[in-house]
Ligand binder design. Structure first.
Ligand code: SF4
Ligand code: SF4
Length: 333
């Protein structure tokens, strides 16, 4: 009886950084030799649009999936979810190098206490996202992927038994995709990614963005409807979201790019620099105005779509990221 295989997808870095390429190649070369794994390489995950072969390939994978990318795991997981590549969140056990040095355990990559509305239509499979920035040594990733593959096999064996495997539920063969099409380099994209483990569906981002990026789906849930309508480099709505649920995976500030709440020290420094003594909402309004003016429209300042979060936010339990944002609000900088 054949066992369901685990698909491993390595998402390349943007650009041609030789150090990054070397790490990608070492990881892929080692994993290809491992039994029970199907290894593929695609361009940078964030840049794959709906027509890209790499995206079609990812959509075709029905079993457990491991994605190695140059992205925070939380950002990679929720951007896949937005694109319909869904599964249960699989925690990886890699401790980033700097956390190891500081003696901190690896931080959780999802929203901590899970007060959000969560994902919908999640199939019975697991998706693990690993951040290739965590270590320079390829063996760390190879060992972790092997551990994950064993975890997936054990879970399947316990749950499914032979009948599901025979039905093809867990190990359906994937259609073939030509490597040169998989690796066709897409243009760079820029759009928000919502972490539904934190998002409470308050719709403040919908009110705030005046560029038609957000929409409401058939279940009355907020979603990023027109990804490519977002203004390149603009992270304004991430500052407005009362739950810190909006990420811009390529933003230089870890807190905006999807860093886990546990990475507090780096986050604190970056956010302090970023706000430069201004209230986050005021910064967001300025950023939005700049984009409006570039489009030949009138600046609106604080007069449109400014959230009522200070007044109306429910007092739920706070997690590390909320506490950090409160701390920042209180700083006189
Ligand atoms: S502002 Fe944040 S919490 Fe509210 S709907 Fe948008 S993403 Fe969700
Ligand atoms: S970053 Fe700016 S343009 Fe993009 S969705 Fe947010 S408010 Fe809209």
């Amino acid at each position: 009886m054949s066992r369901p295989r685990v698909t491993v997808v390595l998402s390349q870095a943007q650009g041609k950084n030789p150090t990054k390429r070397a790490l990608e190649e070492s990881v892929a070369a080692a994993l290809i030799l491992e039994p029970g794994l199907d290894v593929s390489i695609v361009p940078h995950l964030y840049d794959l649009d709906a027509e890209h072969t790499g995206r079609l390939f990812l959509e075709s994978v029905t079993g457990d999936l491991v994605v190695l990318a140059w992205l925070y795991p939380r950002a990679a997981f929720w951007l896949l979810d937005r694109d319909g590549i869904k599964g249960h969140y699989g925690a990886n056990q890699i401790t980033p190098k700097e956390d190891e040095e500081e003696g901190e355990p690896g931080a959780s990559a999802t929203g901590g206490d899970h007060k959000g509305i969560g994902a919908v239509e999640v199939p019975d499979r697991w998706i693990y996202c690993l951040d290739l920035r965590d270590h320079a040594d390829h063996r760390v990733y190879v060992d972790e992927v092997k551990r994950i593959a064993a975890e997936c096999q054990a879970r399947r064996a316990q749950k499914a038994g032979p009948s599901l495997v025979q039905l093809g539920v867990a190990g359906r063969p994937q259609p073939a995709f030509a490597p040169e099409q998989l690796l066709a380099q897409p243009g760079r994209r820029w759009y928000p990614v919502i972490d539904y483990s934190r998002c409470t569906n308050c719709m403040e981002c919908l009110d705030f963005c005046l560029f038609g990026v957000y929409g409401v789906d058939g279940l009355e849930r907020i979603f990023v409807e027109n990804q490519d309508a977002c203004k390149k480099g603009c992270p304004a709505c991430s500052r407005v979201c009362p739950e810190n649920a909006i990420m811009f995976p390529e933003h230089k500030t870890p807190g905006i790019a999807g860093a886990p709440a546990g990475g507090v020290s780096g986050l604190k420094i970056d956010l302090t620099k970023l706000f430069g003594g201004m209230d986050a909402i005021a910064v967001a309004a300025q950023e939005r105005d700049a984009e409006l003016v570039k489009d030949g429209r009138q600046a609106v300042g604080l007069s449109v779509g400014i959230p009522k979060r200070q007044a109306g936010k429910a007092q739920g339990p706070k997690d590390d990221l909320d506490r950090l944002m409160d701390e920042l609000d209180g700083l006189e900088i």
